[in-house]
Each structure stands twice: as C-alpha cells, then as structure tokens.
Ligand binder design. Structure first.
Ligand code: CO
Length: 647
C-alpha cells in the first residue's frame, strides 16, 4: 500500500532556497514497450532488470494496463497476475502503478461495478499501489466507481484528464472536470496527452489554471511523437506539475515517452531536482539495448518525429491501425481520404478524445464512411452504442442528423451507463470447465478477455512438453524470416514454416483454440478453430509459395471452401472480415433457413477491424441457405446468404 509520502508525491514542495523535488514515473515496463515493441516484453525480461529499476529512485513504476494484460494471455501465454506478483516480490521500494480504463476496466466496453470492484481488490492484493484512472470521454460518471473501489481497497487513486483539442476542450472545461474528480476523492491528477500534442505553452496555461483550482498534486504524461514533450515537461514543472512520466532512453522517443536521462540533464540547471541513481539508469539502458533486437518490431519507425500529428492530431498507434485495417480491406490507397474524413466523423460524434475505446470507434467509422461511399451507410454496433450514450456523455452534443440517421427515433440514455448493467460475477464462468479455473484472478481474466483467457487456461493445462509454441514466438520467427536482407525474396511460407505451421494447425484443432494470428510484414494469416483445414490448404501450399507481395495484392483471409457464386439472389459481404450467425457465444442465431425476415432485420454479422457489423436484409425475403460457416473468413462481395425475394 502506498505510504503517506507517496500520497504527497507529484506535489512540488517549495523549500527555502532548496531545490524542488521532481518525481519521475518510469513507463518502460508499460507504455514504452506498448508504444515501441507492440507490448511484447516477457515477464522474464522484466524480472531480469527489476532490481535495478527498483533501485533507481523513481516515484513509481507503471507496469500494468489493458494492452499488457491482454497481450500476456493472447500472444505470450503468460499469466498477467503472475507477472505482477513477480514484479512486486522484487520491487520493494518503488510503488507500482497501473492504467485503469475506469468503468471499462481493461477492456473496450463498460463492465458492471461488481467486476470492477473485485478487479481493483485483487490488483491491490497482488501489488498495484497507484491506479491512474481515465475515461476516454472524460465523463466522470465512468470513473466514480473505480475511484471509490481504489479508495476502499487502500490504493492511491489518480484521476485523469484525457488531453485533446477541439472547440469544446477549453482550459475552463478541463478545470471543471478536474474539480469534479477532486470531489470524487482522487489523490492526484494526471494530464494524459496520449497523442503528444500538448504544447509547452498550452501546458503552462492548463497547469497554472489547475494549480489555482484544485488541491491535488498534478502529473503530466506525454509522448514524443510530435517532438514537443521534453519542452512541455519543463514548462509543466515550472507551472506547478510535480511529476512527469519518462522512459529509459533506449525505449524512449518516437511514439514513446521522453527519455529520462535527457530530462535529468535539462532539469539539472533548474531549481527542480530528480534524484535518480545514474548507475542504475546506465545499467537499464545497457539491458534494454541488448534486449531490443529480440523484442523490437522489425518495422520500427524510421522517422523520429512525426510532424503530421501537429496537423491532424491523430495518435501514431491509431494511424498504424487505420493502415492495417485498410490493408485488410485491400484499400490501403484510401488512407488520405480516411485521414480527411476522421476529423469530420469526430466532430459529428461530439469531439471525443482519441484514446481506447473511442479511437477505435471513430477510426473504424471513418474507414467505413470512406469505403461504403456513403457516410454512415455502414454503422457497427459500437458506434450505435456510443451514439446511444452507452459509453458516456460526448464532450459536445452529437450531430442531430447523424444521430437520427443511426438511431432513428430510439432514445438516448442519460443515466450512468454502468447503472444499466447487471452484476456479472455470479454466473461469470458458467459453461467453463471448472478444472481450468485455478483462482479468483482467473475468473477476472476470463470476464475481461474470455477467448484469450480460455486459450491460455487450456494451454496451461497441458504438460509443458505438449504445449504448442507461443503465438508471439511464431510471429517473431515469421517476421525474422521475412526480414532476411540478402538473397531472393522470401516466400510467405518456407517449407520449414509450412512444417511448423502444420504442427500449430494440429494443436489449434486439438485444443479448439479460438484463433491464432501469424504476421509477416503487412500480411497476416489468422487461423481459427472453425476454418483451420481451409486455412492450411490455402496458405500452406508447399514451397515454392508466392513471394511476399504488397498488402493490396495479398489475400489476407483464406477463401472459404463454400465460397462461390450463389445461383439466386444473395446477401453479400460488404467488406473483408469474419462471418458470424449470432452476436456472440450463447446469443441466438439471427435467422435460420426457411425464416422470413423483414427489410432491415439483422441476418448475420461480418466482424471487421475488431467491430461487429450487422448485416441486414435488403428487403423482405426468405432465408434459403447460409453459404458460409460460422466463424469463417469472408471477402468483400462474397455471397453470404442465399435469399428468395418475397412479394
Ligand atoms: Co501514453
């Protein structure tokens, strides 16, 4: 639990001629490797250096968050709770910190209060001291339960302002939000500049206004994307922020945090002092320099600074998502149109800050607005829920015309969104083999990330020698093979890869794993339990396989065996994705063969870009036959459902 000293941290204490302490949070083990290494750091990587990091004298270590948790289960086959326990066992001096998505906990939607509270209780029990709690919309109704839980379980609750610019994001508005959070009982306040667009002068104005209006200490979190963050931190400290977030130099810069060594050198000539152990920093730097070749993405950014972000304000991670989403749709050439559409969509939706999950919603909606050729012709469930108010209150009102177009006459909710949710824990693991669940932490993992958690539990249940390779290792080998610099272009799959793939496919089948993605450059291949045989046949043609191709030409998804022209009228896939007959496990099928459905009735789902797009009946019709299996990959314009026109 944090000591009284930690509760005071982040507040600059002015002494008589003495230097003012500046607290530094180290983000190397969370945000830095999430920003630069796709969150692929292993627990053993962390354990190998944690004693040194603990000895460096940081105010806190940010070690946990949504992506680190998800990636542990999904790609590394590690238990995120075990990682936390191992860090806590060694980091005895420095408080551990996590990033909590308010009512979204670690996920992309609201969870009921009972789950949130048990999550916080167990996070505290396993070693988290400081919880940085944010809501993507800065809607404080979405953080109030999290703040209360953290206080109840003895943690330090740090409130957060998600920083963005728009006509409604004024200094006065940020101060209002901060005051409201202070009323909720936060211990400190973070200005979270996820895109790295907070300028030094804006930081000075904002922090001066906050210092004058709230009593809690202020911390600033920024990214180096636009190149301003080091200067911003200097102005922030001078304006009264007592703490800043940095990463060790080798894992700093680009879309990560400013380098700690640089900030120390800058502050050395000021009245601010951050007493860090230089030897420990040098050792950290050596350690991560040696680790980088194994963990860094092969397509590490070559431009150090992205000046475009100063124009469009779209976070770097989001642009790479848009790029891969467009590649999946064979439409990479439409990126400029999407970048032009995005600010319009964001304005329509009331200027949400672009951070998980609103970045995903605004990003995918913009892609769909461009690809469909008509704005809001295709609207995924998540956008509908957002417009309904289920994610909270948008900073500015949503465009009336867009709301009418998406919801018709349906009402928008006005209560705290989580008030609509029933407790989740009583039947959380119904239907899961009880032998797979070993602890209450497992139940929470399953509630937050059902499929990856279940895959991990099944993998863990196997004797060590029978466990299939970890997805991240397969991905890495594929990437290394593709990056071999000399010689003729490498085929997507070498004979060796093919052999390995066959073993993996066998395991995927045996274990009934839900999915496994293998990436090589821009090309990715997702194997799913349901379509493994088809995938293996299509992609795994023995060498010589096709040379790597640009993403436009590459077929990202294997064609389903039942694909092919349907004889009669059919409902076609509006985009590349995965076909589902129902809205999720345990949900009823939308329609069955023989059913008559009305115009606009949902018939099936094509999941694309992680969002669920309901496919509706174009007119009143009878369902003749589903042409694709549940869970199969489909490509744009592929017939999905044979129908018979009515009347
Ligand atoms: Co960040």
């Amino acid at each position: 639990m944090p000591s009284a000293k930690n509760r005071d941290a982040a507040r600059p204490a002015r002494g008589n001629g003495k230097r003012i302490p500046l607290r530094i949070t180290d983000t190397t083990l969370r945000d830095a490797h999430q920003s630069l290494w796709a969150t692929r750091m292993r627990t053993r990587d962390i354990v190998g250096i944690i004693d040194t990091i603990d000895a460096a004298g940081f105010y806190s270590l940010e070690v946990w968050g949504g992506a680190t948790f998800d990636v542990c289960l999904r790609f590394l086959r590690e238990n995120p709770w075990e990682r936390l326990r191992q860090i806590k066992a060694r980091a005895r001096k420095t408080p551990l910190q996590m990033l909590l998505r308010g009512q979204n906990v670690l996920g992309y939607r609201n969870y009921p209060d009972d789950l949130l509270d048990r999550f916080v209780a167990l996070a505290c029990a396993n070693g988290i001291d400081i919880f940085r709690i944010f809501d993507a919309l800065n809607d404080n109704r979405n953080i109030e339960a999290a703040v209360a839980s953290v206080k109840r379980h003895g943690g330090h609750a740090q409130g957060t302002l998600c920083y963005t610019t728009s006509p409604v994001h004024t200094v006065e508005e940020f101060v209002r939000i901060a005051r409201e959070q202070e009323q909720l009982g936060i211990d400190s306040l973070c200005i979270k500049d996820m895109a790295g667009i907070l300028s030094p002068i804006s930081a000075e104005k904002l922090i001066k206004a906050l210092v004058a209006s709230v009593k809690v200490p202020i911390q600033v979190h920024s990214h180096m994307t636009s190149g301003m963050a080091t200067a911003t931190y200097v102005e922030a400290a001078r304006a009264g922020a007592g703490a800043i977030d940095c990463a060790i130099s080798v894992m700093a810069g680009f879309s990560s945090q400013p380098p700690v060594e640089t900030m120390l050198a800058i502050f050395e000539e000021t009245e601010y002092s951050a007493e860090l152990n230089r030897d420990a920093l040098r050792e950290m730097c050596r350690y991560f320099t040696n680790l980088a070749p194994q963990r860094q993405l092969s397509h590490h950014p070559s431009n150090i600074i992205d000046p475009d972000i100063l124009e469009h304000h779209i976070p770097g991670g989001m642009i790479s998502n848009l790029r891969s989403q467009l590649a999946q749709q064979n439409a990479l050439d439409r990126l400029p149109e999407v970048l032009a559409e995005l600010p319009r969509t964001r304005a329509d939706l009331g200027y949400p800050p672009l951070v998980t999950p609103t970045s995903q919603i605004v990003g995918v909606q913009s892609v769909l607005n461009v690809l469909a050729g008509e704005r809001y012709a295709m609207v995924p469930q998540e956008t509908k829920d957002y417009v309904r108010g289920l994610y909270g209150r948008s900073p500015a009102p949503i465009s009336h015309a867009v709301r009418r177009r998406i919801l018709g006459r349906e009402k928008v909710i006005t209560c705290r969104p989580a008030d609509l949710l029933k407790p989740m824990l009583p039947n959380a693991t119904d239907g899961v083999d009880p032998k797979l669940i070993q602890s209450e932490e497992d139940i929470i993992s399953y509630c937050l990330f059902p499929e990856p958690a279940l895959d991990y539990f099944k993998w863990r249940a196997l004797p060590t020698e029978d466990r299939p390779p970890v997805p991240a290792d397969i991905e890495r080998r594929a990437q290394d093979a593709a990056q071999t610099p000399s010689g003729p272009p490498r085929p997507f799959l070498t004979p060796q890869d093919y052999k390995e793939l066959q073993n993996v496919v066998q395991k995927v089948k045996e274990l009934n794993l839900s999915e496994l993605t293998i990436r090589r450059g821009e090309v990715s291949l997702t194997l799913r339990g349901a379509d493994v045989p088809a995938a293996a046949e299509t992609q795994g043609a023995p060498a010589p396989a096709a040379a790597p191709q640009p993403a436009r030409e590459a077929a990202p998804a294997p064609e389903s065996p039942s694909a092919g022209a349907a004889p009669g009228p059919a409902i076609k896939a509006p985009l590349n994705g995965t076909f589902y007959l129902s809205a999720g496990p345990g949900k009823p099928q939308f329609a069955k063969p023989g059913d008559t459905v009305e115009k606009d009735a949902p018939v099936c789902i094509v999941e694309a870009m992680k969002l669920f797009n309901q496919i509706k009946a174009p007119r009143k019709c009878r369902i003749v036959k589903f042409l694709v299996a549940h869970g199969a990959a489909v490509s744009k314009d592929q017939p999905l459902v044979a129908i018979e026109e009515m009347g």
